[in-house]
Ligand binder design. Structure first.
Ligand SMILES: Cc1ncc(COP(=O)(O)O)c(C=O)c1O
Length: 411
């Protein structure tokens, strides 16, 4: 593809108008929205209003007058539209890690007598760590984590499997599980399916109810552009509400929090999965991201993201002569998410050299240079420019400078 052809694609792009709605620095090509999305322009005014008016003037009254108390379900209801769920099936709560812990514990309770939680070896570490912590807490007679290679996964589901926990789009390889097919495989063995949608929500047009999924979690700070450490979301299918029990019972999950009863009595809906006081500032930022995202057609978002990835892969492989650079994960767009990973022995330095040119991606140990293609603010020409910069950096060994090898705490 020529750069002019990339520009022609941008001229015909129905999502191009969204670029101006993000507050991004000039001259930067931001290929890390899959780690931390950028702030929407509208965010700044919203935060000002929440802090100055709602918090500053309304003070504690704003729990009612500004409807703060409804925020977890209101914002959850907006996320529901992006993941194929009903508004009553999604709430915002805690972090992804904590939400996954709660749902996995709840899933064990829904499948008494079964002890295995099955996941994928190499799943995002926090998912495995949360499940390891749950297993350690409950002991081997009640819970154990089995993590198998992805190829072995469907056959590893058996009569002892309480729940299968998978990230739909793998954080390193970008490989995508088929939501409906894997959920059906879990159900065929009587197991529940828990999806981690961190790299799905706001990127791919997921359909949880179409896939008959049971439970799901996801974060707010990647493609939903909710800000650093934005609260996470969790999904509980309607049929499990009133049945699933949270292991972290707190007053906000109580049927009547302001009755101040001594005994815990769970709400009979999604609120039962909420634990404590909702983080209103984080929710306000997340809602600003969502209000922007919801103006775009999810299918157009997915299609453009996949096209940007195809363009990037094609241009890098067409130009980069370095035999040590290898695409990680599937090439087929039906089997991938919206980030592209290349393995290279100097992966870290390569990413730093790209950043020095204003093209921001990230590095995942041991050797992966990872580039995310958020469809709302990136253009085809930027994907083209990034690919050609990567090829140039490789050709000139531009990465091979001491300053690009010094490892920072966050990679
Ligand atoms: C698949 C996946 N799950 C979970 C997380 C992070 O969990 P938390 O939001 O609790 O930090 C990430 C972060 O990148 C992730 O990629």
């Amino acid at each position: 593809m020529t750069r002019d052809e990339a520009l022609a694609l941008d001229a015909a792009d129905p999502l191009a108008r969204f670029r101006a709605a993000f507050d991004l620095p000039d001259g930067v090509i931001y290929l890390d929205g899959n780690s931390l999305g950028p702030p929407p322009v509208a965010l700044h005014g919203r935060m000002e209003a929440v802090t100055r008016e709602e918090w500053g003037q309304g003070l504690v009254r704003s729990w009612n007058s500004a409807r703060w108390i409804e925020a977890p379900l209101r914002v959850g209801g907006k996320i529901a539209r992006l993941i194929g769920a009903k508004p009553s099936e999604v709430t915002v709560a805690d972090s992804t890690t904590v939400s996954l812990f709660k749902l996995a514990a709840g899933a064990l309770g829904l499948r008494p007598g079964r002890t295995t939680i099955l996941s994928e070896a190499g799943n995002f570490p926090t998912d495995l760590y949360a499940l390891q912590g749950l297993a350690a807490l409950l002991g081997p007679d009640r819970a154990r984590l089995k993590a198998v290679e992805p190829e072995a996964l469907p056959d590893a589901i058996d009569e002892d499997t309480a729940a299968v926990v998978l990230t739909q789009v793998h954080y390193k390889t970008s490989r995508r599980w088929d939501l409906a097919a894997v959920t059906a495989q879990a159900h065929a063995k009587g197991a529940l399916m828990i999806w981690d949608l961190c790299h799905t929500a706001g990127a791919l047009a997921a359909d949880l109810n179409g896939a008959d999924a049971d439970l799901a979690v996801g974060c707010g700070y990647k493609y939903l552009n909710g800000g650093p450490g934005a609260p996470a979301f969790l999904f509980v299918a309607e049929r499990h509400q009133g049945q699933i029990a949270s292991p972290l019972t707190g007053w906000m999950g109580h049927a009547e929090p302001f009755a101040f009863e001594d005994g815990y009595r769970p709400a009979d809906d999604i609120r039962a999965m909420i634990t404590g006081t909702p983080p209103i500032l984080g929710l306000a930022a997340l809602e600003a991201g969502l209000d922007l995202q919801l103006q775009a057609d999810p299918r157009a978002v997915e299609a453009k993201g996949l096209a940007l990835c195809d363009l990037f892969i094609g241009e890098v492989e067409g130009r980069a002569a370095d035999p040590e650079l290898k695409l990680v994960g599937p090439r087929d767009r039906d089997q991938r998410g919206l980030h592209v990973s290349f393995a290279h022995p100097a992966g870290y330095a390569l990413v730093q050299a790209m950043i020095a040119r204003g093209i921001i991606g990230d590095f995942r140990a041991p050797d992966i240079a990872r580039f995310g293609f958020s469809p709302l603010f990136l253009s085809h020409a930027q994907a083209w420019d990034a690919a050609h910069a990567l090829a140039d950096i490789l050709a000139g060994r531009e990465w091979d400078q001491p300053r690009f090898h010094a490892r920072a705490a966050v990679t």
